[in-house]
Design a protein. Structure first.
Length: 239
């Protein structure tokens, strides 16, 4: 009998935002200046992470939404390789991707022309990077797990670096809280976590689950069979 994978797909309510990344790739192919919209998903997650953690990645990112709502149904959900989570590898990816941006911006954008041609050239650079990383993310989804790319996504990495890591936490910070009654036997929360984290490790801790890569998606809360996990803002935290 084949051994079942520990991790699995878990359907959750929410808006199907994945159409945004699909529309972006198509439209920016014909109208390169549209590629500049990628700046929103580069700046957004980092800024919001300062006071909400990696909330953007779990609720707003169209590509992450595609992994969770579409590719998760067909992914083998194998364990995400440990080395892609290491600081060294993630730092390398940040430097590599931004290095690629720099090279393309320097040598492919018609800066001397100015106007629409210049902005379209810049947009094409953003579009190219988004397409390349999306292809990598999709391939990894079918080899390992849907959110494998998110484990070392450069913007996700920077977001995790600036996310709050200890109390006192910002009032807008949303966090997972696990009751001390958790016996850590079913591990249902880890089975459905798109980042393959272990929220049960924080059982009984007043500050909650502080892993910087937690997406605040709430899947673990919904999957908990005993309902002893909550997802709360720090200024409305249950006692």
């Amino acid at each position: 009998m084949a051994q079942k994978n520990f991790h699995r797909h878990f359907e959750t309510p929410g808006l199907p935002l994945y159409w945004i990344i699909i529309a972006y790739i198509i439209l920016a192919w014909f109208f390169p200046v549209v590629g500049l919209l990628a700046l929103i998903c580069m700046i957004g997650p980092v800024v919001t992470s300062i006071y909400k953690g990696r909330w953007w990645c779990g609720h707003v990112c169209p590509r992450g939404n595609m992994y969770d709502r579409l590719l998760s149904k067909y992914s083998p959900h194998r364990p995400i390789p440990r080395f892609v989570r290491t600081f060294g590898f993630r730092l390398f990816m940040v430097l590599f991707i931004f290095g690629m941006f720099g090279v393309q911006l320097t040598f492919t954008v018609p800066w001397s022309e100015g106007g629409l041609a210049m902005w379209a050239g810049i947009g094409r650079v953003f579009w190219t990077i988004i397409v390349m990383t999306t292809v990598v993310g999709v391939v990894l989804s079918f080899i390992y797990a849907p959110r494998t790319w998110c484990s070392f996504c450069p913007m996700g990495t920077i977001s995790s670096w600036v996310a709050p890591k200890k109390a006192p936490l910002p009032k807008a910070f949303t966090n997972i809280h696990v009751s001390s009654a958790c016996q850590m036997k079913c591990k249902s929360c880890a089975r459905v976590c798109p980042m393959q984290l272990t929220p049960y490790d924080s059982r009984g801790e007043a500050v909650g689950y502080m892993h910087p890569d937690c997406l605040k998606c709430g899947k673990c809360v919904l999957a908990c069979p005993t309902k002893i996990m909550t997802l709360n803002k720090e200024n409305n935290k249950q006692a």
